[in-house]
Design a protein around this ligand. Structure first.
Ligand code: FE2
Length: 336
């Protein structure tokens, strides 16, 4: 953290029977929760309170969760929803924990929400710090709901009307220009083993809070219906508002930390400033709904026809397969 936490009045949704203390980190995003030992044995009231705080603060942090391993991490994740496999990248443990490691391409130093190249991208991500470098390696998050709310009214109206294509074929060379790095090349090959393209609304209506959030980040390729030049200008315009420092929180990791974020209302950025020091985190994502725009139109999988079944576990969108959009042509609701 770059500034000392300030104890503030709890959000209206705070509960007396939930986590013992929640401390906001600034006015727009981020809070630290103390007095909770995460695991699969948490009582329902505590889980509900954690969920409320994630929805209210967008990202919450827990220190000292050294007792968690892959099994306990997953057991806790199941209390928030259905863990979901990454569409292309194998997990670290043969189950749901994805390795976010500095030595094989896990330097996520581009603003993004996780896995937005599928229609039902994850609702929550739960990231656990195993190995932290002696300096640097912080992660930043932004609040894409406040970013939308603070747009001038004509820009909100414009954003509401736009749809954009997201793909996992992002331009990783833009931030990793050393194409001779074999490990990064290999990671990129795995990441893009299946090429996905999804059309999302630029503004989605959050299924739990009703807030409108901007859906952009590094998987965006272009805005539909405009020229490529105008597309880039529009993406840069809205992304500029998302990245304003006022919308951000920065977390300085310690081993044993856990961060939980609402992936539908945030973007994040892993700062690549630790040199060659190892940095290993484990991420489990929780399945989300197909995104819905302001006009009620759902996101649509453009290609492939369905989200292929991953080598292990539940594919994205499977847990919401009973939703109205699930059977729509081209949607991800009926994965193979
Ligand atoms: Fe990420």
């Amino acid at each position: 953290m770059t500034s000392a936490p300030t104890r503030v009045t709890p959000a209206a949704t705070d509960r007396d029977d939930g986590p013992s203390r929640t401390t906001r980190l600034n006015g727009r995003i981020g809070a630290v929760i103390e007095g909770v030992r995460l695991g699969g044995d948490l009582d329902a009231a505590t889980v509900a309170a954690i969920r409320e705080r994630v929805l209210a603060h967008k990202v919450v942090f827990f220190r000292g969760q050294h007792h968690l391993d892959g099994v306990r991490h997953e057991a806790f994740a199941r209390l928030l929803g259905t863990p979901v496999a990454h569409p292309t990248v194998p997990s670290a443990d043969g189950r749901y924990a994805l390795s976010i490691a500095s030595d094989h391409g896990g330097r996520a130093n581009q603003w993004h929400s996780d896995v937005t190249f599928v229609p039902a991208y994850p609702a929550f991500s739960i990231l656990r710090a195993e190995v932290i470098p002696p300096y640097g390696g912080n992660t930043l998050w932004v609040n894409t709901a406040t970013a939308y709310a603070e747009l001038a009214e004509p820009l909100r109206t414009l954003a509401d009307s736009l749809r954009a294509l997201h793909s996992n074929e992002y331009d990783y060379a833009a931030v990793q220009p050393d194409a001779r790095d074999e490990r990064l090349d290999q990671y990129h090959r795995v990441f893009t083993a299946t090429s996905f393209t999804t059309e999302h609304p630029v503004v989605r209506v959050h299924p739990e809070t009703g807030e409108r959030t901007l859906v952009l980040g590094n998987f965006v390729q272009r805005v539909r219906g405009v020229s490529s030049r105008d597309s880039r200008l529009l993406i840069d315009l809205f992304q500029h508002h998302i990245e304003r420092p006022e919308n951000t929180v920065r977390w300085q990791w310690q081993e044993g930390d856990v961060a939980i974020w609402d992936n539908r209302a945030t973007q994040h950025y892993g700062v690549d400033d630790s040199g060659d020091h190892p940095r290993v985190l484990r991420r489990i994502t929780i399945d989300g709904d197909v995104a819905i725009g302001v006009d009620g139109r759902p996101s649509v999988l453009v290609s492939p026809r369905t989200v292929p079944a991953p080598p292990f576990g539940t594919p994205s969108g499977a847990s919401t397969a009973g939703s109205p959009e699930a059977g729509a042509p081209g949607s991800a609701g009926s994965p193979a």
